[in-house]
Write a protein that binds this ligand. Structure first.
Ligand SMILES: [Cu+2]
Length: 203
């Protein structure tokens, strides 16, 4: 092997190592939400509120919110800002979809109308915040959508546990959103290894 070829190989190896070191490894961010004064710690949205220097294109993939057995399924949906939601009716009765506000802003209220079984209607949510979903045909029905600014989010399970995958290394603020609890936040540092976070949400 000629000297120049060895030099080139060595330079390439250093470049590759440098790229790995500067990018670091994405890691799993998991944790547990403890609910105080609330019925349970289930169905709480947990998300990273921003990644410095990064913007995220709206996801191409649509998210479906179903109306099935007189309930919204799933009950809570977290979406990245800019996501299109397909509202589908899978019951043999007409359902309505409307929201009285987005993040308490009544100017963003919207009525999607009422449609029969088997059909779905899309809506693209460009705002951040909670979108309460009543159904004006069935007052006992309710759902909720949370629009969040990054693709790094999760919903807590029945014990309050959550997992956010593939989080790039960095320092972030982790936030929560829920139907009945006050928003909580917690700073967190991700440095290539799995991170465990504890959050408390109070009614
Ligand atoms: Cu309904």
């Amino acid at each position: 092997m000629s000297l120049s070829r060895t030099a080139v190989l060595r330079a390439l190896t250093l470049l590759a190592l440098g790229a790995l070191a500067s990018r670091g490894w994405a890691a799993e961010l998991k944790g547990k939400v403890t609910a105080v004064g609330m019925r349970s710690a289930e169905n709480i949205a947990v998300f990273i509120d921003s990644v410095p220097g990064k913007t995220f294109a709206p996801p191409a993939q649509h998210v479906t919110v179903d109306q099935l057995h007189l309930a919204f399924a799933p009950h809570i949906v977290v979406i990245q800002q800019g996501t299109t939601v397909e509202f589908k009716n899978d019951d043999n009765v007409g359902h309505n979809v409307y929201w009285p506000a987005i993040h308490h802003d009544k100017k963003l209220a919207h009525n999607m109308g009422t449609w029969p079984q088997g059909l779905s209607k899309p809506f693209t949510f460009t705002e951040i915040g909670d979108v309460p979903l009543p159904c004006n045909v069935h007052p006992e029905m309710s759902g909720i959508i949370f629009g969040v600014p990054t693709p790094y989010f999760a919903v807590t399970d029945k014990d309050g546990n959550f997992v956010i995958k593939d989080v790039p290394p960095g320092q972030y603020t982790l936030k929560t959103g829920s139907e009945n609890g006050k928003p909580a936040s917690q700073s967190v540092t991700v440095a290539g290894a799995p991170v465990n976070v504890a959050l408390t949400v109070t009614k």
